[in-house]
Design a protein around this ligand. Sequence first.
Ligand code: IMP
Ligand code: MG
Length: 180
Amino acid sequence: MAKNLKVNGDTFELMISERRIKTRIKALAKDLNKRFKGQTPVFIGILNGSFIFFADLIREITIDCEVDFLKLSSYGDAKISSGNVRLLKDLNADIAGRHIIIVEDIVDSGLSMQYIRDLALKQNPASFTVVTLLYKPASVKSDIQLDYVGFTIDPEFVIGYGLDYAQRERNLRAIYRMKS
Ligand code: IMP
Ligand code: MG
């Protein structure tokens, strides 16, 4: 795996290897399998960023479950959160009375997660659980609860494994941080 790469003139360095991501996902899935046994939860992936994490996580889930997606936009092509969250695709599933598990790539300001929670709770799910692969606690500007966190990171800009830089680099197999 490349240790350094250049994108749009910026240099990125390897931060979390493919192997570490895989190991962590197995542990998260083990906890979820235990917690939701017998409940048939609905896993809700937040597009676009979570698509790779979602696909890897869901294949480690061994209990009965359903899958759905929400698509939000906020960033545009910028590296900092605009705070303007818009809904681009709503849920198909009826989540009233269901146990729902939100699957996010990263919680930065937390504004997207706040929006998702408000949207979901209006439909009266039986429970609301959040799984995020990455979490930047120093950036959070809202009051949110994260139930399962893959990795807690510094407030740095990261790419790869679903996360983009101006829509590029989502296909990288590992997570890279921008070098200052
Ligand atoms: P938030 O609303 O500020 O928490 O940001 C949520 C969304 O912004 C995430 O779901 C990501 O898609 C995107 N995002 C936040 N931080 C980064 C980053 O470091 N790299 C790439 N995308 C990011
Ligand atoms: Mg996202």
